[in-house]
Design a protein around this ligand. Structure first.
Ligand code: TRP
Length: 343
């Protein structure tokens, strides 16, 4: 039985959205609507694996849903919802907790990075995080997941969980009428340039909401003046821009600004450098600032309008959750039968 091609992705409501979220994730979600069945989630249950002020969590949840829509996702076409409204995510993740092995989880580099020296004191949920992510994806039998490089290991784990589930329960899966596999093989979809947007102050560090310096991160809700100021004060080297991509080697900050320009303009880095090669930063930075403002300002305006209309946002998220449930509930019914739960 072939699987319907279906795309799932999610963003955690744990901070203000920034340019990295936009260029690396949200903007890439939009064209997939034309070619795939698409499900875009606000993963609030993942957010609480570390402490979140409840009021902030709620605000960020609305903000991400608004950013999805303001960036061009159509809630009539894509399923847009927040994870906790579809309780099946929690139920499937528990079953996956019993499929995944401690050793698999202990190898996750994101957990090791986040827990650091402190692994005795982080939440149990943080350790189980990748199993909930596998549940997000497989609850909809998703075949494609657009994510950044840093999530590739979690997708491998998702495939391992699907494989072990398919294997451990092969008899029950067969007797339900499935050929071989109950859960599909899920591919990561990483495409195009500027997947990784780096800090404006240190081209070797990822742009992040937790950066100590506010000047290193452009937020989606920053106003035009703030965006311009941050770009004009971005760290660079004294050299002019090269005329081709090879000339950016070893110049992390220069390379970051050029790839941000390319991504915002939907052009290749070489193409941008054909135009700006030989120019100094005094020319390039104002051009980049204008471009960033022209792309981000209309989106920020629409986000403000949407988050100001809570009844409309609630309606959209409830409708998305209903449509998500229409897929998830029959899957969970089968999973319960497969596992041997009495209903
Ligand atoms: N772990 C992802 C991140 O930190 C967020 C996420 C949760 C996700 N569930 C997902 C991404 C399912 C893709 C698919 O970016």
């Amino acid at each position: 039985m072939p699987f319907t091609p279906r795309v799932f992705s999610g963003i955690k409501p744990s901070g203000d959205l920034h340019l990295g979220n936009y260029l690396g994730a949200i903007r890439r979600f939009v064209p997939l609507q034309d070619t795939h069945e698409t499900i875009y989630c606000v993963v609030d249950m993942h957010a609480i694996t570390v402490w979140q002020e409840p009021e902030d969590l709620r605000r960020w949840t609305y903000e991400i849903a608004a950013a999805y829509i303001a960036s061009g996702l159509n809630p009539e076409r894509s399923i847009i919802f927040n994870q906790s409204q579809v309780v099946e995510h929690a139920e499937l993740s528990w079953i996956f907790n019993c499929v995944a092995r401690m050793g698999w989880m202990a190898r996750m580099t994101q957990f090791k990075d986040k827990a650091g020296e402190n692994s005795e004191h982080v939440s149990l949920g943080l350790f189980a995080y990748p199993s909930l992510m596998a549940a997000d994806i497989l609850l909809y039998k998703s075949t494609g997941v657009p994510v950044g490089d840093d999530q590739k290991q979690h997708l491998e784990l998702t495939r391992d969980i699907a494989k072990k589930f398919n294997h451990d329960f092969r008899k029950q899966i067969k007797s339900l009428g499935f050929d071989e596999e109950y859960f599909p093989h899920t591919e990561s979809m990483v495409t195009g340039p500027a997947t990784r947007v780096m800090s404006l102050k240190d081209g070797k560090k990822k742009m992040s909401k937790s950066d100590a310096s506010d000047m290193s991160t452009i937020y989606m809700m920053d106003d035009a003046d703030t965006i311009s100021k941050k770009i004009k004060r971005a760290t660079t080297d004294p050299e002019p821009l090269p005329s081709e991509a090879a000339g950016l080697e070893g110049r992390a900050e220069a390379s970051n600004l050029v790839s941000i320009y390319a991504a915002l303009a939907d052009r290749s880095v070489d193409d941008v450098l054909r135009e700006f090669g030989g120019a100094g930063w005094g020319t390039f930075k104002p051009a980049l600032a204008d471009l960033a403002v022209s792309v981000l300002s209309p989106i920020a305006g629409e986000m403000r309008r949407l988050v100001g209309d809570k009844p409309e946002m609630d309606r959209i998220l409830r409708n998305g959750a209903d449509r998500a449930r229409a897929i998830a509930v029959p899957v969970m019914d089968e999973v319960r039968q497969i596992v041997g739960f009495v209903r």
